[in-house]
Design a protein around this ligand. Structure first.
Ligand code: GUN
Ligand code: FE
Length: 454
């Protein structure tokens, strides 16, 4: 009777491969005490009825109502938590000006823990309400406020991977917003790693420290080298911005006579647990280096449309064996929703393939083979994110964490346009991808615990 902690009943959608989804119709999902999916039972399975008989009517049995579906929780591979406070603003200027005029002054305010708590509490709740169960966060240079973000994730039940940002170069960073010096940047990072590893022991879902050089332009060679050594010493995640904009890409070429990927690799920063945001200027050699080191790309399609004027070739990088997930890049991307980023990933890829204005005198209309389907974009937001982080998340399958969102397509105030009781579930899936808003997300679970409901 209490072999499982919870049993859920309903229909779930999960990625089988980047291009294909799997539909588990009316199955039982048996969750153990560690919050893992221990067993998935199909209606025709001999265990189905005995399990129903044992659990139905108990507090541990959760049947979905008609029109409700399970989706895997989203994995957001790139969020600047402090920038939530400026989301939606200042998107009409270039990256360099945006950083100096808006972003660094905002982030400098996170020395104030009261301000930090307000923003961090809100961004974590907002992401959970948008179905994001795992988030890879940049915090700020401040060690205490960065730890506070990890504590809020721990408390709210979100699987947070958090980095104290390193920006130590006095030539490149503002006087009032940078690490005091290289030694302090590295010492603070090491203390932060140890504190988050301790904190993680108090959580079920896990919180993780992330070595976080903001991007090459903000760091000295000694800081980059020291951070690579810390990542190896503590076997941590690593995140940074890589080959994002014309300006950043050009700066690195000028400083090291090579692309970001090889420069980061020289400092030991491309590892199995590395995730690099944007990667708009990644060439084939860089992509091979990513594949060889297990480094993943955080694809940020909304942000890239604004700051990089660029679309990365997802299909091409997949064919080279690079792991790719999706990132909101709050606030370079204005939306906290990975549903919005799934949609933009598809739209941008279509524009790259054949979206040149037909009336312009251009023979070459786009880049053949660029388009991705909604299924591939869903994969990026779920299974691709899990693979990028080397964690058993992003799929509804046995031995994965029970990280799910429950979508209500029959919400009385906002029904999805499903008029046929027997509508093909592949079509239902596509409608959810394009039309779900936060109000359709009824419940969110992380590691077998409910973390959001409406
Ligand atoms: N490059 C360095 N810092 C940032 C940032 O905060 N956002 C984006 N989009 N790019 C960056
Ligand atoms: Fe970013």
């Amino acid at each position: 009777m209490d072999k499982y902690k919870e049993i859920f009943q309903g229909t779930a959608f999960s990625s089988k491969s980047p291009k294909e989804i799997q539909i588990l119709k009316d199955h039982l999902f048996c969750i153990n005490r560690d919050g893992m999916i221990e067993k998935i039972v199909a209606p025709e399975d001999p265990d189905f009825q005995p399990l129903l008989d044992a659990y139905q009517g108990t507090n541990n049995f959760h049947p979905l109502a008609e029109g409700q579906y399970f989706l895997p929780g989203f994995v957001d591979l790139h969020v600047h938590a402090p920038q939530w406070a400026q989301s939606g603003t200042a998107l009409d200027i270039p990256l360099y000006d945006w950083l100096n005029t808006y972003t660094f002054p905002l982030e400098s305010k996170f020395s104030d823990l009261h301000f930090a708590e307000k923003v961090y509490d809100d961004v974590v709740s907002t992401l959970l309400a948008n179905g994001t169960t795992t988030a890879l966060y940049f915090a700020t240079v401040h060690k205490e406020a960065s730890l506070l973000l990890a504590e809020i994730c721990a408390e709210r039940g979100q699987r947070g991977l958090v980095g104290k940002v390193v920006m130590d170069d006095p030539q490149q960073n503002p006087e009032n917003y940078r690490d005091m010096d290289t030694h302090t940047a590295l010492a603070d990072t090491e203390e932060f790693i140890l504190a988050v590893q301790e904190l993680s022991k108090t959580t079920k879902q896990g919180v993780y420290p992330v070595v976080t050089p903001r991007f090459i332009p903000s760091c000295t060679d000694n800081a980059l080298k020291g951070l690579g050594e810390l990542a190896a010493k503590y076997d941590t995640y690593v995140q940074s911005h890589c080959s994002e904009s014309d300006w950043a890409h050009g700066y690195v070429k000028n400083r090291f006579q090579k692309n970001d990927a090889f420069a980061l690799h020289d400092f030991g920063l491309l590892r199995e647990k590395s995730v690099m945001a944007h990667c708009n200027f990644l060439d084939d050699e860089d992509a091979d280096l990513f594949a060889g080191t297990g480094t993943a790309i955080a694809h940020c399609p909304i942000s890239n449309a604004y700051f990089a004027n660029s679309v990365i070739p997802i299909a091409h990088f997949h064919s080279k064996g690079v792991e790719i997930g999706l990132g909101s890049d709050i606030s370079g991307g204005f939306s906290p929703s990975l549903f919005d980023n799934i949609r933009q990933a598809v739209i941008s890829s279509r524009m790259l393939e054949d979206g040149v204005n037909a009336s312009l005198p251009t023979k070459d209309r786009g880049v053949q083979g660029s388009r991705i389907t909604i299924h591939e974009a869903f994969y990026l937001a779920t299974a691709g994110g899990g693979e990028s982080l080397s964690l058993p998340i992003g799929r509804i399958q046995e031995n994965c964490a029970w990280d799910v969102q429950i979508i209500d397509t029959k919400l009385p105030s906002a029904k999805l346009p499903i008029f046929d009781e027997n509508e093909d579930l592949h079509d239902v899936f596509q409608k959810m991808m394009y039309l779900v808003r936060p109000e359709h997300i009824r419940e969110v679970w992380v590691q077998g615990e409910q973390v959001h409901s409406r």
